[in-house]
Design a protein around this ligand. Structure first.
Ligand code: 13P
Ligand code: SF4
Length: 365
């Protein structure tokens, strides 16, 4: 054990090849005490070191089931929080770069969600008639809020089942922070657009009339993903004009208009599975993050499949991109030296309340 943690400065200027070798050596030395979980949006140089990869739901389950002492989460902050909440108290969740957040998750916070709940109470009794549903892309204290109000968590792959669970209990849903996942899922369940209203958290009572709130089945938080907002229906029209037989697959964080023009809609894991299992020589237009799309194209091109990114502009998730081989080498070599750096630790009372909603979710799907 070194006396002090090794500072990141020692790694900042290392080249990727050197980090690569050091990551492999550190993993070997840790000999199963550490598991690396990698989200599908991670860059190639990091993704290749993951022991397991997946979408948010799959990675949550893996974190809950892992026996490893250290869970190094190559993803974003809310994912490492979920790993901390679902793992045993003696396990340690680590986020290689603490600045890897999620801009959508930041669009809802406890203060503005509690204010929303109070303002809803001016019109109806939310604890009797509204189930709060938070997308997993949210801070732990919002999951705890849902725990306190008999709500639940969902991911992009189970949103419909979670909404069904919610409507079986109460007549309305408050869905945050992603309006698009809420709207796309609600519409697929047969809820008309005019019964899904947007709560603008910058305005008094969400900018909604009493009547609109009373009539709504789903109150959608005005949040969105900065990556998925870059896809437009015109991109699909242009592509289809060139390749009429092409298939379109989109992540449900994309807009309603994009999802309406898509042949398939689903989580990152679903997108990969659908394209991998598709017949040879098919052509795909994909609305999700660029690293995933590029890797998928490379993987299936030998089957004659073509996978295209939907937007003409490069749109990577800049926060997912923050996790680089330098940070991964830094956290692993510190573990080898007996130091934990960048531990993500959710305060106990918040973790307990948040865990109840995550357990509910894992039991429903
Ligand atoms: P998935 O759960 O589909 O991997 O989505 C996570 C995410 O952040 C998409 O932007
Ligand atoms: Fe958040 Fe969007 Fe990045 Fe997913 S792609 S982590 S929703 S900012």
């Amino acid at each position: 054990m070194t006396a002090q943690a090794i500072p990141f400065e020692n790694y900042a200027l290392l080249d990727d090849a050197e980090c690569d070798a050091r990551i492999v050596a550190a993993k070997e030395e840790l000999n199963g005490r550490c598991v690396i979980l990698g989200h599908h949006y991670q860059r190639d140089e990091v993704f290749k070191h993951a022991d397991f990869t997946g979408d948010s739901l799959k990675l949550s389950r893996l974190a809950a089931e892992s026996d490893a002492e250290y869970i190094v989460f190559c993803g974003v902050h809310f994912m490492a929080e979920v790993a901390d909440i679902l793992s045993r108290p003696d396990q340690v969740a680590i986020l290689p770069d603490m600045a890897a957040g999620c801009s959508m998750a930041d669009m809802a916070n406890l203060a503005n969600v509690e204010r929303c709940w109070r303002e809803l109470a001016e019109v109806l009794n939310p604890d009797e008639s509204v189930t709060p549903v938070t997308y997993i892309n949210s801070a732990a204290d919002l999951k705890a809020f849902c725990g306190r109000h008999e709500g639940i968590v969902c991911t992009s792959s189970n949103a419909q089942k979670i909404l069904e669970w919610s409507f079986a209990r109460r007549e309305k849903v408050l869905f945050f922070p992603d309006q698009h996942l809420g709207r796309n899922t609600g519409y697929r369940m047969g809820i008309p657009l005019d019964e899904m209203v947007v709560w603008d958290y910058d305005q008094a009572r969400g900018g909604l009339s009493e009547e609109a709130i009373r009539k709504a089945k789903i109150i959608l938080w005005k949040g969105f993903c900065s990556v998925h907002q870059m896809f437009f229906p015109e991109h699909i029209d242009r592509f289809k004009a060139q390749y009429p037989d092409a298939l379109v697959i989109s992540h449900p964080e994309s807009s309603f208009e994009v999802c309406q023009k898509s042949d398939y809609i689903g989580s990152t894991e679903y997108i990969l599975k659908t394209v991998r299992e598709a017949p040879a020589n098919t052509r795909w237009l994909v609305a999700t993050e660029l690293n995933l799309v590029n890797r998928l194209h490379e993987e299936v091109k030998h089957q004659g499949k073509n996978v295209h990114f939907m937007s003409p502009t490069v749109c990577m998730c800049s926060t997912m991109f923050r996790t680089d081989p330098q940070h991964v080498a830094w956290v692993l070599e510190n573990l080898v030296a007996g130091h934990v750096v960048n531990r993500v630790r959710v305060p106990e009372d918040i973790a307990r309340q948040a865990k109840s909603t995550l357990d509910h979710m894992l039991a429903v799907v």
